[in-house]
Write a protein that binds this ligand. Sequence first.
Ligand code: SF4
Length: 419
Amino acid sequence: MITAEEKLAILADAAKYDVSCSSSGGKRKNEGGIGDSSRSGICHTYTEDGRCVSLLKILLTNYCIYDCAFCVSRRSNDIQRAAFSVNEVVELTMNFYRRNYIEGLFLSSGIFKSADFTMERLMRIVKKLRTEERFFGYIHLKTIPGASEELIKEAGLYVDRMSINLEIPTEEGLKQLAPEKDHDSVRKPLQFVDSQKIMLAEEKKLIKHVPSFVPAGQSTQMVVGATSETDYDIMKISKEFYDSYNLKRVYYSGYIPINNSHNSLPQIGSAPPLLRENRLYQTDWLLRFYKFDLNELLNPEHQHLDLDVDPKLSWALRNPHFFPIDINSASYSMILRVPGIGRGSALKIVQARKFGKLHEHQLKKIGIAFNRAKFFIRYADSIRNWGDLQMDAVRRTILNNGSSKYQAILPSAQLSLFA
Ligand code: SF4
């Protein structure tokens, strides 16, 4: 019989393909039990490519009744299978926590027997951790597509974050690789959880002791590069999901070839699209925190992100008529659009210029990436002749002078951490 340790090796390995394990947003307080998930986030570690590794990240099982071609757990894949019992997951979590190995649990699962059969077990695990073990650490639970609302609702009372993976960004791509699935089975639970959150927040205004429900919000994940979708396709659906379901995060996971069984999938040996994944995250960031409109960054005429330069620089190079901006008079929102100036630096500029015009040395002291920003700004002692500025020359200069950590590590394998 397979031991719990052997199961752990199999089911932790199978869980590594899910990147949506960020623990941000947890506010659960310790009320006399064990563990904590404070506002400042639990203690977690990120690999260089942004993956969080401090949660106990496992599948309940890698048995699955579905056969999604991009997934290592698909039923036709000839791999060793295992399944934890409810008690085994609870014990592992508590033992790992007590040994200070982890700060929380990230629990996902293949689907065995049916969606409800699986979801009921996941719900029992999180319920037992909270109510019997008094575990107050962070819990991120993947919802099972097609599970009943009653089970999702009950599980939502015990977890911090819930998520459900969209997997393939377009419905056509999903049909191609996972004909038994559709986007609706992801939209429905996201919609349900969002409406429950809104309803309970309203009730909380009237009744003090309304229980918290998925307090760290929801997220989803898309596999990038398994099908032929464009970056525009990906960001369109991402924006729609952020807007429709109040998602905390959308994760983009570059497809890692796991088999050669499907002709349309990138074959084993192809490098995961790590740089593309990074550009998508940067675009996501610009849309959410820099007030860019999607059509400014991607549109029917410009459907793919520039891999050589980040999306803000790419936008600036395509829109020279906005530049140079005068750093001493431009609005905060326009300063935010300057390549090399982040949100913190933009705020410092607006504060600092109240006391006098800003010069080059002050901008450098504020911490902007001056060698990049200097092509797009005027400041008190700037001497550049703007009439002669050609954006293709700017691009060449920046590319010659800059280096990307992502380019530096390409084409190394994305998952070397787990190898
Ligand atoms: S349903 Fe989920 S676990 Fe099962 S094969 Fe599809 S992606 Fe993999």
